[in-house]
Design a protein around this ligand. Structure first.
Ligand code: SAM
Length: 225
């Protein structure tokens, strides 16, 4: 039987974990610190989905958030726990079935994870289940209409997707458009584009990351997902 996306992800990152120092990460993604709002959640309960080895989770925690990270890959969870110590809770879990209570977070953040799922509807349902009414989301996925898609295709040909991640081990990767994101999250989301090095000013047109922001309605929770 073919492995599903979650099995592929685990195999990929257990075999080749992705560990960047804070210095490496925020020089590679100079826009991320502000866009992710690391400094703006002191006292909030923040959930990071697919926290990887924990660089972003650490930023929320350092700035006073009550931080929880979830990731499926054992090796990433181990490295995140080592990086975070007692600054955050790190759980090994599948984002399609979060072992977390309804309406228990003020802010749900995720960078570079949802596009590795072949069941994103389930993930979105879980995000809005654990988010409190009035809570906000900030979710980053790869964009189809981007300089990186074109550049990778020209460089690597038909198998270009094999070259996106930190190794060529197979992994499921979808690319998103605004329309696809609105179908998934609903019409009220806002979408920004980022990461277009070295011409960051072109990112609103050709950026590689689509950043989805939204707020869960105070009432009418059932309108979501
Ligand atoms: C490209 S890495 C990104 C990690 C981190 N957010 C970062 O930006 O460095 C993708 C992460 O998603 C996690 N992941 C993939 N599928 C998952 C699932 N079904 N549930 C939870 N985590 C998952 C992987 O284990 C991996 O850590």
């Amino acid at each position: 039987m073919m492995p599903d996306a979650a099995q592929l992800a685990q195999a990929h990152w257990n075999e080749t974990p992705l560990f960047l120092t804070e210095q490496e990460r925020y020089s590679t993604y100079p826009w991320l610190y502000d866009v992710a709002e690391f400094r703006k959640h002191a006292g909030d309960k923040v959930l990071e989905i697919g926290c990887g080895t924990g660089a972003d989770l650490l930023q929320f925690a350092k700035h006073g958030a009550i931080a929880t990270g979830v990731d499926l890959t054992a090796r990433h969870v181990e490295l995140a726990r080592k990086r975070l110590g007692d600054l955050a809770v790190v759980l090994q879990a599948d984002m399609r079935h979060l072992p977390l209570e309804d309406e228990s977070f003020d802010y749900v953040y995720s960078h570079g994870v949802l596009h590795h799922s072949d069941e994103p509807e389930k993930v979105v349902r879980e995000i809005f289940r654990v988010l409190r009414p009035g809570g906000r989301i900030n979710i980053h996925v790869y964009g189809f209409w981007s300089y990186f898609t074109l550049w990778s295709f020209l460089r690597n040909g038909r198998k270009w997707k094999r070259h996106i991640e930190n190794s060529e081990a197979p992994v499921h990767t979808d690319l998103y458009t605004g329309r696809k994101l609105r179908r998934l999250f609903g019409p009220s989301i806002s979408i920004e584009k980022h990461q277009c090095e070295p011409f960051e000013f072109l990112a609103p047109l050709f950026g590689w990351y689509l950043v989805v922001k939204d707020r869960k309605p105070q009432a009418g929770f059932l309108t979501k997902a």
